[in-house]
Design a protein around this ligand. Structure first.
Ligand code: NAD
Ligand code: IPM
Ligand code: MN
Length: 392
């Protein structure tokens, strides 16, 4: 699939210098990450379950944006997911992993996970395969309250929740080191190694502090469990102090992950940039999404500056929603916003984000946000708004 359209001023990828200052997505793609490319080659992996349904809407919006804004996007769709795995026995090949990284500027992925693959092995091979193979060490998850009525919390205003989570994305227990000894017996031993390397910890901390400084953010909070996990805790805390000392303009604090889970609910306005090891970042990002309307509004980007990014909503394949028309496509559409921002298309990214915001304001949403529209109707409304705004 291919979308080409004439170029005009709006369609030119913008340099990072002219990005709008108001949005967390603009903020999320600051100098460190944004690269300017003239034509975006986007690999699309719809994946499993509602991944297929929400990515269809995100691509719909991107196509309209390309058409109306004079952008050149080239899409290639990849059949990767449970169906292909069950059909062929192969989740993803080395050569596919290589091509996805080498021949694209960005990868847009829906979700991986299917009840027919209870061990989730295809999802790990594809999703973690891409994150690890491309060494996408930053998993950036912005959390913003668009409308006060979407939070389940009392007395919280939109300006109170504007958090960016920097989740380490290539280490921790996700590396798959370990094994089962005496498997299947009463004496079974399961070992899941939790890896932190000096290089891995330092680069994610530095990414978080760099970002905070560049975007005028006031603080970086480290979330760990240094009280129980003493070895990795010692490394994270030492490097947090060392890297943080290079950023005297940024406040820093370390909060245990359990205490942070509590405090995020009680006092979300205290938090700004949060940096966390892989597993805590995963859990905290679902919790934080719940503060602003749920997984239907939570986008994410896995990044390594200078490499193609992997853009995926925070949510999974939601087997309970498949085929019902109730899957909220806005997380996927906001993920496309991150993709555009990262690729330097800051103006168009802003147009799409504003269109989403307007849809939210008018209650043009799926039932999870109190609306009555279906997945594709929500996508249609956003696309129509983008068409009008981009054509002005
Ligand atoms: P999930 O994120 O799929 O769903 C959790 C809850 O949120 C469900 O009640 C679901 O209905 C709701 N939800 C999720 N996305 C929604 C959306 N767009 N609109 C409205 N409601 C939405 O998490 P789960 O149920 O734990 O996992 C299902 C499968 O997805 C598992 O196989 C899991 O491993 C996988 N998963 C994949 C990814 C990914 O590919 N990035 C992320 C998370 C989970
Ligand atoms: C996410 C998901 C994945 C993760 C799973 C599906 C392996 O929960 O992207 O948040 O834990 O990273
Ligand atoms: Mn998760």
């Amino acid at each position: 699939m291919r979308t080409r359209a004439r170029k005009r001023k709006l369609g030119q990828p913008a340099g990072t210098g002219d990005r709008p200052a108001c949005s967390p997505f603009a903020l999320a793609f600051a100098l460190a990450f944004a690269s300017v490319i003239s034509m975006a080659r986007i690999a699309v992996i719809p994946g499993d379950g509602i991944g297929q349904e929400v990515i269809r809407e995100a691509v719909k919006v991107l196509r309209v944006a390309a058409e109306a804004g004079g952008l050149t996007f080239e899409f290639s769709e990849w059949d990767l997911g449970a169906d292909r795995y069950l059909r062929t026995g192969v989740a993803i090949t080395e050569s596919e992993l290589g091509m996805l990284g080498a021949e694209h500027d960005a990868i847009l992925l829906g979700a991986m996970g299917d009840p027919r693959v209870p061990g989730n092995e295809h999802a790990r091979e594809i999703l973690l395969g891409l994150r690890f193979q491309l060494d996408l060490f930053i998993n950036l998850r912005p959390v913003r309250l668009y409308e006060a009525r979407f939070t389940p919390l009392r007395d919280v205003r939109p300006e109170d929740v504007d958090i960016v989570i920097f989740r380490e994305n290539t280490e921790g227990p996700y590396v798959g080191m370990g094994g089962n000894f005496k498997a299947g017996t009463v004496d079974e031993v399961a070992i899941e190694e939790d890896i932190s390397t000096g290089k891995g910890v330092e680069r994610i901390l530095r990414a978080a502090f760099d970002y905070a400084r560049r975007e005028g953010r006031r603080s970086v909070t480290l979330s760990d469990k240094a009280n129980a996990m003493i070895h990795s805790g010692r490394l994270w805390r030492r490097l947090f102090a060392e890297v943080g000392a290079e950023f005297p303009d940024i406040e820093r604090s370390a909060v245990y992950a359990d205490a942070l889970a509590l405090d995020l609910v009680l006092r979300p306005s205290k938090y700004d940039v949060i940096v966390a090891p892989n597993l805590f970042g995963d859990i905290l990002s679902d919790l934080a999404a719940a503060l602003v309307g749920g997984l239907g509004l939570a986008p994410s980007a896995s990044l390594h500056p200078g490499r193609p990014g992997l853009f995926e909503p925070v949510h999974g394949s939601a087997p309970d929603l498949v085929g019902t028309g109730r899957a909220n496509p806005l997380a996927a559409i906001l993920t496309a916003v991150l993709l555009l921002r990262h690729s330097g298309y800051t103006e168009m990214a802003q147009i799409i984000e504003d269109s989403v915001r307007e849809s939210l304001r008018r209650d043009e949403t799926t039932p999870d946000l109190g609306g009555r529209l279906t997945t594709s109707e929500v996508g249609d409304r956003v696309a129509e708004r983008v068409r009008m705004a981009a054509a002005v």
